[in-house]
Ligand binder design. Structure first.
Ligand SMILES: Cc1cc2nc3c(=O)[nH]c(=O)nc-3n(C[C@H](O)[C@H](O)[C@H](O)COP(=O)(O)OP(=O)(O)OC[C@H]3O[C@@H](n4cnc5c(N)ncnc54)[C@H](O)[C@@H]3O)c2cc1C
Length: 400
């Protein structure tokens, strides 16, 4: 088995690094750290345009919709290099796989190029107050009225809704059908009358997480739909067939460099910190227990990386992708929780003080990462539900 990159892939990596050195300004990093518009302000959008002009967004998406019909591994290399600098860019988590698989020609021609240019950003509207892990219990209703649907209901944790251009949402279109069969997906502009977004502040908002925090978002949202009228052409896939499109899309969206790189960046931060700092003459880097723990964390991060590469390769080859995205979604967040806890133990009680404490370390960075790490085990499908999917799809066990 050869885990190496081809010469072309190595050249691509060097080209991306050079591009980042030349185009990622301090102004952009400051803008992202300020967190407004979810870190996607004017400088970020300008960068996305330049990256799109290079042909580096949606590399694996088809040429006829503005992609490159290229390799997932190339896409991964680009994402990996940007994520290493803390900049999320490109395909994972975008909803594109579901649109490409189930969309009409018109939808693909409209949404995919818009996403590549960074002009279309989706919020994900799946979860509801009574439907989270048990998503098939969702109640947000879409009722047909001539050529339109009229939507009423509430979505929870619609994280990007305050800056997204569209929402990709699941609604119940047939209340009499079995739970999984009466659901449809809609792609709706956020400025449609009747949509209200209300902030839902998380544990990371007060006191605010310092710049450089790799885990957890300060804000998500509740989104309300009151007589929201949309044309039937907003539906993605077949009426009442949305469950299967949504599940397939989520599974593919779980694959990407960002999951494992969040862990790697934090592991690198801690390695640098223990090498450069001491506590009144005591150097954690010289403590065998600390060295041992850091080596263990680093090894686990490499396992995350290999799992990601395997998924990418499988998707690239058109293989049968069933439980692999769920496995990544278990391994990476749990590694994150484990390592942020280990860091707090290695650095002692001061590392557990938040940004508003005078005695904190690094402005509370390690404590905020520790708190934020728990979010990643819940959002985009909780680790318990991912394990259940692995048992069923990977091991062929019956539904629990
Ligand atoms: C920061 C953040 C951002 C999010 N962003 C979005 C978003 O953008 N869009 C969106 O639609 N959703 C989003 N979510 C919602 C997320 O997907 C749900 O929180 C998740 O699916 C769990 O649902 P719940 O919170 O209702 O918990 P519950 O469904 O009440 O579950 C509570 C706990 O019980 C466990 N559990 C429940 N049932 C079982 C079972 N049968 N077997 C084993 N364990 C079980 C769950 O895993 C969970 O740990 C976000 C969540 C967070 C925290």
């Amino acid at each position: 088995m050869d885990f190496g990159y081809t010469t072309e892939q190595q050249d691509l990596r060097q080209e991306v690094r050079k591009f980042i050195d030349e185009n990622v300004s301090q102004g952009l990093l400051d803008e992202m750290e300020a967190g407004e518009e979810g870190g996607r302000g004017p400088e970020y959008r300008e960068l996305v345009k330049k990256v799109a002009d290079k042909g580096w967004i949606g590399i694996s998406w088809p040429k006829e919709y503005g992609g490159q019909s290229g390799s997932r591994i190339d896409q991964y290399i680009v994402e990996e290099e940007f994520m290493r600098r803390g900049i999320g860019i490109g395909g994972a988590g975008s909803g594109a796989p579901a649109i490409l698989a189930a969309g009409t020609e018109e939808q693909k021609e409209y949404f995919i190029p818009g996403m590549i240019r960074g002009e279309i950003i989706f919020a994900l509207g799946f979860t509801e107050p009574q439907a989270g892990a048990d998503l098939a219990g969702l109640q947000c209703r879409a009722v047909r009225d001539g050529d339109d649907f009229v939507i009423n209901g509430q979505k929870m944790y619609t994280s990007a809704a305050h800056y997204a251009s569209h929402i990709y949402m699941m609604c119940r279109t047939d209340p009499d059908a079995p739970r999984h069969r009466g659901i449809s997906i809609f792609l709706i502009p956020m400025d449609t009358p009747g949509i209200t977004v209300r902030p839902l502040w998380t544990i990371q908002s007060d006191p605010p997480a310092p710049p450089g925090t790799t885990y957890g978002m300060p804000r998500t949202n509740e989104t309300f739909f009151e007589n929201v009228r949309v044309p039937a052409s907003c539906m993605l896939g077949e009426e009442n067939g949305g469950w299967y499109v949504g599940a397939m899309g989520l599974n593919l969206d779980r694959v990407g460099a960002s999951r494992y790189l969040i862990s790697v960046r934090r592991d690198e931060d801690i390695v640098n910190w223990v090498k450069e700092n001491d506590f009144n003459g005591y150097s954690p880097a010289e403590n065998p227990a600390v060295r041992d723990k850091i080596a263990e964390m680093w090894t686990e991060a490499q396992v995350c990386r290999l799992m990601t590469m395997r998924s990418m390769s499988l998707v690239n080859r058109g293989g049968n992708f069933t439980y692999e995205g769920s496995a990544e979604k278990v391994w990476a967040p749990e590694h994150g929780v484990k390592t942020t806890e280990a860091i707090a133990q290695m650095l002692g009680p001061y590392a557990q003080l938040l940004s508003n404490s005078e005695e904190n370390i690094e402005d509370g960075l390690f404590a905020h990462n520790l708190m934020g790490s728990f979010q990643s085990g819940i959002n985009h499908g909780s680790v318990q539900i991912m394990r259940d999917q692995m048992a069923r799809r990977g091991l062929g066990m019956p539904r629990g």
